[in-house]
Design a protein around this ligand. Structure first.
Ligand code: GLY
Length: 344
């Protein structure tokens, strides 16, 4: 097992290994005084792992409630959030008790935000079961729900008490969901690790890949927990990616859109003489190797219009994350009037 400590406003460990889910109860008992836990999970993940998580918590002396919701981004809604809070209140969870986010990014974001609000804040553990959640969303304390006006528009920075990444959970992931996480892994390679990027071209060890990504995320979160500087680097591919995702009415997945966003920004970086055509081609090749799209049939105008409404925009400025070469990216602030020149 690999353990990575994150020193943020709350310090916590990210444990990465095989067969970790059955250790959940013993880990939870060390971290929280109460002995009531609520597992939060979607219907797909609950069917696979709720029983093991519950048995482990019960063996450690917890009374366990489970809140199950329909899988999919639609469940990151205000309605579901309030239903979860009411479920916690009806189950009489106290401030000493615990939430367990068992699932992917939707579950982690929803549960983390509920943990930040319920009784003004209770403990939660992230148990990510997708690659994307392991390498990105479960670490760093960003929690949120969506509003009808856009994704992640309502949330909080609220760090978990522990992140438990059981690599075995990845073996049950449908191919498309696994590939979504691969887009984020490729992002880390382009951002800051030539060795990771090169490893992805051949046979790679998943536990090592997850560990490397979490280390990189830890370093960035420790430098800039509240997303005012270096943490924005993690938005590589996301400025255009989020716009494409929103325009697709959720028919394209997050990873697919990040992949297209990375391809587009690499293309623009060539045009602006920030990276070479060879770097762009290398990035496209790895995205394609993982079955990720690099193009969209959405019009340039519709992507532009949506990108301008992005929450990452600050007043009249947008910070683009632009690759210089594999393993090196820069924060490149532009005024919104310049954006059309960055969208080819
Ligand atoms: N998912 C991007 C971040 O945690 O900042």
């Amino acid at each position: 097992m690999n353990t990575i400590h994150v020193s943020a406003s709350r310090g916590y460990d990210v444990k990465i290994g095989h067969g970790l889910l059955p250790t959940l109860g013993a880990e939870a008992a060390k971290l929280c005084k109460g002995r009531t836990a609520c597992i939060v999970s979607d219907d797909s993940v609950a069917a696979l792992y709720e029983k093991t998580a519950r048995a482990s918590l019960e063996a450690a002396g917890f009374s366990v409630f489970t809140y199950v919701f329909p899988h999919g981004e639609q469940s990151k809604s205000g309605e579901n959030f309030l239903m979860l809070l009411r479920f916690l209140a009806q189950s009489h969870l106290t401030r000493a008790d615990l939430l367990v986010a068992l699932g992917g990014g939707v579950t982690g974001d929803l549960t983390g935000f509920a943990a930040s609000c319920y009784l003004r804040g209770i403990a939660y553990i992230q148990v990510p079961t997708t690659l994307l959640a392991m390498v990105d969303s479960s670490v760093g304390g960003k929690t949120a729900i969506d509003l009808p006006e856009g994704k992640n528009l309502c949330g909080a920075f609220y760090q978990p008490y522990l992140v438990l990444c059981d690599i075995d959970a990845l073996s049950t992931l449908p191919g498309e969901i696994f590939r979504d996480g691969c887009a984020e892994v490729i992002k880390y390679g382009v951002l800051g690790s030539r060795p990771l990027f090169d490893a992805l071209k051949g046979d790679y060890d998943l536990m090592e890949v997850v560990t490397r990504c979490v280390q990189m995320k830890r370093d960035i979160v420790e430098e800039d927990e509240f997303d005012n500087g270096a943490r924005q680097l993690l938005n590589l591919g996301h400025t255009l990616g989020h716009a494409i995702e929103a325009n697709s009415d959720l028919t394209l997945s997050h990873g697919q859109c990040v992949a297209i966003g990375m391809a587009k920004i690499a293309e623009a970086a060539v045009k602006h003489h920030i990276c070479s055509a060879q770097t762009r081609d290398e990035i496209l090749e790895v995205l394609q190797k993982f079955g990720l799209p690099t193009e969209t049939d959405q019009s340039r105008e519709s992507i532009l219009a949506t990108a301008l409404g992005d929450k990452k925009r600050r007043s009249n400025t947008l910070t683009l994350i632009v690759p210089q070469k594999v393993g090196e990216c820069i924060l490149h602030p532009i005024s919104i009037e310049e954006l059309p020149d960055w969208l080819l």
